[in-house]
Design a protein around this ligand. Structure first.
Ligand SMILES: Cc1ncc(COP(=O)(O)O)c(C=O)c1O
Length: 432
């Protein structure tokens, strides 16, 4: 059996329809924006390997730092012990995070970072003796991860369908759109002092379909939340580390979060690590003679030294290596592509063309429903792969979210393959 056949026999892949699934392609190497398979075929990774990779694949600087750390200390229990990579990373993060944060809590990934955030918020109110607060507010179309708490605070949709009756109740509100602020205000006021926290993906709802909304509208909503003493939790698992054009999406807003969640690009996309940072006020509610006020949460690999080292190394690359210039280049190219896409939009072949920093997205108009199950995605990925690009649409939502090291030539190739697909799709539709 070759690798592909063994994979088929032994492995169950994530978010993959198992019946008639296409064989997984064995990738043997990554080189900057490229993924290289065992036959030597090259694919431009136009989605940053599930939105994590920012400096490109096979980054030698991060690899060297991980190797050096691995020779010294690979893992140590994080209760009662500490180590330099964890402290250095915490110190670096606290200097740049958008808000008045003073403590870093480590976990394993994006889902655990949001789990920790809601546990912190719920227990905060218990610890300060306010038992009325038991409601959580989240946005429609939100996605905060796949564990049960994270699913509970996420949209009730295709991803959570099988578990709906096992999820705890959450009050879902619309994202602010500049016109609905009064309506949102009334909804929030209805629950007044019963609300524990509000969790949101600032400016960009990724897994919900790359939906975008404006910082000034979010600012208005956040100021309302603050008036009601509601703990605001920014889930920047996706938006952190310049994805939206600024270091954090929170940098676009005047109102700051009380808790922030990070993962994905935190380690440059090399290793799994989650961070939940909170303000001194929240942390202080857990400092007590009463031992039941402890946050009883931790994972075996909390603050893994290798992952923290990767994150510190990624930080250095961000600060020293002209990342901003690269991001500006992506944004400029996206803007040109945006104008090209508007031509297709005018003819109603596609809709909702939108851009936020390094992400550009739109929906293809099909005869099926606009959602994750839309069958166009299979054709689109197959077409892109045939032309040397890895793109994975979410149903009929096509998006590009490249690593920052991507070249202008590679970006142009991505756009031309997308245009090629659209033309082919339009021709086939006309013929049918
Ligand atoms: C905003 C947001 N929060 C949380 C998560 C969950 O992260 P992970 O897949 O690392 O558990 C994701 C993943 O896509 C995300 O986009």
């Amino acid at each position: 059996m070759n690798l592909q056949q063994k994979d088929e026999k032994y492995i169950w892949h994530p978010y993959t329809h198992q019946k008639d699934r296409l064989p997984a392609i064995p990738i043997v190497k990554g080189d900057k924006a490229l993924l290289i398979d065992e036959k030597g075929n090259k694919y431009i990774d136009a989605v940053s390997s599930w939105w994590v990779n920012i400096h490109g694949h096979g980054n030698k600087f991060i690899a060297k730092k991980i190797y050096e750390q691995a020779k010294k200390l690979q893992q140590v229990i994080f209760t009662g012990f500490t180590h330099e990579p964890a402290v250095e990373l915490a110190e670096k993060l606290l200097k740049v995070l958008p808000g008045d944060f003073s403590k870093i809590f480590y976990s394993d990934d994006g889902s655990t970072s949001t789990e920790v955030a809601i546990k912190m918020a719920i227990q905060y109110w218990k610890n300060v003796g306010d038992s009325k607060r038991n409601k959580i507010i989240a946005f429609h179309n939100s996605y905060h991860g796949d564990t049960f708490g994270a699913m509970s605070i996420s949209e009730r949709g295709i991803y959570t369908f099988a578990f709906q009756d096992k999820l705890f109740d959450v009050v879902f509100i619309n994202t602010p759109d500049g016109k609905n602020i009064e309506q949102l205000k009334n909804e929030i006021k209805k629950y007044k002092d019963e609300i524990v926290c509000f969790i949101y993906e600032p400016l960009l709802q990724g897994a919900g379909g790359m939906l975008m909304y404006q910082p000034e509208d979010l600012d208005q909503l956040l100021s309302l939340m603050k008036e009601e003493q509601i703990i605001c939790i920014a889930d920047e698992v996706l938006t952190g580390f310049y994805r939206t054009g600024k270091f954090f999406a929170g940098d676009y807003m005047k109102e700051k979060a009380d808790i922030i969640c990070l993962s994905k690009a935190l380690t440059g996309g090399t290793m799994a690590l989650g961070v939940t940072a909170c303000t001194q006020k929240i942390y202080d509610a857990f400092v007590s003679d009463d031992k039941t006020k402890t946050l009883f949460h931790g994972h075996s690999f909390t603050a893994n030294p290798l992952a923290c080292t990767a994150a510190v190394a990624s930080f250095e690359l961000i600060q020293k290596h002209k990342v901003l210039k690269k991001i500006e280049n992506i944004i400029t190219h996206h803007q040109k592509f945006f104008r090209k896409l508007q031509g297709f939009e005018k003819k109603e072949f596609i809709k909702n063309v939108r851009q936020c920093g390094t992400i550009i997205a739109f929906e293809v108009c099909t005869s099926e429903k606009d959602n994750y199950l839309n069958n166009i995605s299979k054709d689109f990925t197959a077409f892109s792969m045939k032309h040397g690009i890895y793109l994975r649409s979410m149903g009929n939502t096509i998006y590009v979210m490249p690593p920052y090291c991507i070249t202008s030539g590679e970006l142009k190739k991505i756009y031309s393959v997308i245009v090629g697909f659209l033309k082919k799709y339009i021709e086939e539709k006309a013929r049918a």
